[in-house]
Write a protein that binds this ligand. Structure first.
Ligand SMILES: NC(=O)c1ccc[n+]([C@@H]2O[C@H](COP(=O)([O-])OP(=O)(O)OC[C@H]3O[C@@H](n4cnc5c(N)ncnc54)[C@H](O)[C@@H]3O)[C@@H](O)[C@H]2O)c1
Length: 251
């Protein structure tokens, strides 16, 4: 399938994990991609690797999604390099585990700045452009933690719940301009950073007791849903929060 032939995509936080798998998926289906990340060296390495593997055009760009000037620069860079922007994936995010009483103001601000404000600022950077051409697709990265609570993640849960409602509100405001907006809500996905914060015993117990499919998800399994939402296959899907969790929230 090459659903994105001729399409131009921005993926934030694309240097690793779900973001990198998403860039690879769009590239494999024919898109040109601007891959941004706060870690410029990792972004450049990921772009080079994916371009080599897929033959696609991938441009890397160093940007912090929580900084408005960086988001405006990302839009400018994308327009200069690709000539147009069709799809924005607001993937960049960070997570920490902290008991509520232990959360410092700095940690609270950091999570809200990257996971929620980053999606707001980057969307605000491209929406006037999308409105001008009366088309565009935005996909935000929420989480099952944006739909139900999880102990010791109140900052992260609050940010991701904000992403879900930001998505739905943008869908209301931007739908009349033919701009589709959705978000994805992954459960536990086996990226280095998500696996790295827990012990093997914790993960084994989590799989046995919480995930009906009895395994963690793969970054590629989130990327494939993002690609579906970005494609014309999802042309009437709008304002939705799609759960990708191996059945965890079924209970
Ligand atoms: N892995 C999971 O289980 C899981 C589950 C639900 C949601 N998510 C969400 O998916 C997204 C990706 O998670 P992941 O597991 O692939 O993590 P990851 O750490 O592998 O990837 C995140 C990327 O974002 C980049 N980044 C961090 N801060 C940034 C900033 N300020 N500006 C730009 N880039 C920045 C990092 O350098 C990194 O490359 C996050 O939004 C995360 O909250 C992950």
């Amino acid at each position: 399938m090459r659903r994105f032939e001729g399409k131009r995509v921005i993926v934030t936080g694309g240097a690793s994990g779900i973001g990198k798998a998403t860039v690879a998926r769009f590239a494999a289906e024919g898109a040109a991609v601007v891959l941004t990340d706060i870690d410029g060296a990792a972004a450049s390495a990921a772009a080079t690797q994916i371009a080599r593997e897929t033959g696609a055009t991938i441009h890397s760009f160093t940007a912090d999604v929580s900084v408005k000037a960086d988001d405006l620069a990302t839009r400018q860079f994308a327009l200069e390099k690709m000539g147009d922007i069709d799809i924005l994936v607001n993937n960049a995010g960070i997570f920490y585990e902290d008991r509520f009483e232990d959360i410092t103001e700095a940690r609270w601000d950091a999570i809200l700045a990257v996971d929620l404000k980053g999606s707001f600022l980057m969307s605000q950077a491209v929406v006037p452009y999308f409105k001008g051409k009366r088309s565009g697709v935005i996909i935000n990265m929420a989480s099952t933690n944006g739909l139900v609570g999880e102990r010791n993640y109140s900052h992260y849960n609050a940010a991701k719940a904000g992403v879900v409602l930001l998505t739905k509100t943008l869908a209301l405001e931007l739908g009349p301009f033919n701009i589709r907006v959705n978000c994805v809500c992954p459960g536990y996905i086996a990226t280095d950073s998500a696996v790295g914060i827990n012990t093997p015993e914790f993960i084994k117990d989590y799989i046995e007791h919480k995930i009906p499919l009895r395994r963690l998800g793969k970054a590629e399994e989130v990327a494939s849903v993002i690609a579906f939402l970005a494609s014309d296959d999802a042309s009437f899907v709008h304002g939705d929060a799609i759960v990708i969790d191996g059945g965890q929230l079924a209970e």
